[in-house]
Design a protein around this ligand. Sequence first.
Ligand SMILES: Nc1nc2c(ncn2[C@@H]2O[C@H](COP(=O)(O)OP(=O)(O)O)[C@@H](O)[C@H]2O)c(=O)[nH]1
Ligand SMILES: [Mg+2]
Length: 252
Amino acid sequence: MTESGQENGGGKLLSIIIPAYNEERRLPASLAKIDAFLQQQPYGAEVIVVDNGSTDRTVAVASEFAASHHWAQVIQASVRGKGLAVKVGMQAACGDFRFICDADLSMPIEEIAHFLPPHSNGFDVQIATREGQESRRIGEPFHRHLMGRIFNRIIQWTALPGMQDTQCGFKMFNRAAADDLFSVQQMVGIGFDVELLFIARKRGNNIREVPVTWSFDADSRMRLIYDSLYILLEIQQIHRNWQRGFYARPGS
Ligand SMILES: Nc1nc2c(ncn2[C@@H]2O[C@H](COP(=O)(O)OP(=O)(O)O)[C@@H](O)[C@H]2O)c(=O)[nH]1
Ligand SMILES: [Mg+2]
């Protein structure tokens, strides 16, 4: 990794935003993997860990890492919710490409290369997908996959037709899309992925689904049934927000 990313006009090519809630166990290993990966890359990058309300040592382990890696920082947001954490991180980021990255690295960090130039050329938003022939799901119990597919059908019917996997926690936004979408994002919780993709489609953004290898991790902050049902309520809210003009470009 270059210190300043001079080949990139002094800016950074990549920002990795990691929402983290009670991740003291998973975060150190993931940060070490990201560090090792970035050291091998020719471009400048930054890592932003965003906590909100963790009750364990998440902030301490992330701060320890940031203290010894000047391109890493920790942000503490006040209100809970992955959506808010991602929004805060994206708005603090400075990279040309900004990547949401779950703390568990259930997608190996090396796959991020598929979201960067030249693969990213012409795309505003790129989302990791665990569906399709080129994707690989490792270790996922059958009933979890089935629930996920049913849930995806419901999301397709109600908000995002044709989109095979909206919920994978790895998504890339180019600078323009990030500046635009996160400035109008309203959902602070679980519904934020659907909301961002919904707005991106309405904007006519070019969205690409990127097949990835993904490993199931039973350790989850999500409450499977409750959160799935809650997203449906949030989808109703997204449609209401759209009708009320909440997603209009600021100043338009
Ligand atoms: N900052 C923050 N991160 C969260 C919150 N809820 C979930 N996350 C993070 O979101 C990511 C996905 O969570 P995970 O438990 O792996 O969910 P799953 O993969 O969907 O089962 C992880 O990095 C979590 O730490 C939250 O309220 N605040
Ligand atoms: Mg996970």
